[in-house]
Design a protein around this ligand. Structure first.
Ligand code: SF4
Length: 150
């Protein structure tokens, strides 16, 4: 499982400081994709357990959430990494372009963003969006948290 970059993200998960791992190999290929460099599986560098655990250890006490931008296609690996994050006290989130996420994966997520990018409908900050930001445990859609900037 390769990552293209790792960033601290302040807006993707409201109220949380997230460490965001952008994972390569997205096959959804939305028209107007903002990150086409994520399409090729072999782009970026391998997200080894060593790199991953070091980053989580380094950000402990500062960051509160581990966010994966894609990576659901590496289900076994991503579940292993989400479990580690939860064990270390982090909340977890997945941003996916898929409409549905498997139950196996959902049970290791605090939040999930579903839905592909459709330019006319916009992202989570747009009331017309097709995308949903969901709190997994309650199944509540929390898109309203993104509307203030619209
Ligand atoms: S899901 Fe995201 S990364 Fe994948 S094609 Fe769509 S916009 Fe690009």
């Amino acid at each position: 499982m390769n990552y293209y970059n790792i960033q601290v993200a302040l807006q993707e998960v409201p109220g949380e400081i997230s460490i965001c791992f952008s994972i390569c190999g997205c096959q959804i290929r939305c028209k107007g994709c903002h990150s086409p460099f994520l399409w090729k599986e072999e782009n970026g560098l391998e997200l080894s357990k060593k790199i991953y655990t070091e980053i989580l250890n380094n950000y402990k006490g500062f960051a509160t959430c581990i966010l994966f931008m894609g990576g659901e296609w590496h289900q076994k690996k991503i579940i292993e990494y989400l479990k580690y994050a939860q064990k270390e006290g982090y909340k977890t989130c997945l941003y996916s372009g898929e409409k549905r996420i498997s139950k196996n994966l959902l049970q290791h997520l605090t939040w999930v963003k579903t839905g592909k990018w459709i330019a006319e409908k916009g992202g989570l900050e747009n009331p017309k969006t097709n995308q949903q930001f969901i709190e997994v445990q309650t199944n509540n859609i929390l898109n309203h948290l993104f509307l203030k900037n619209y």
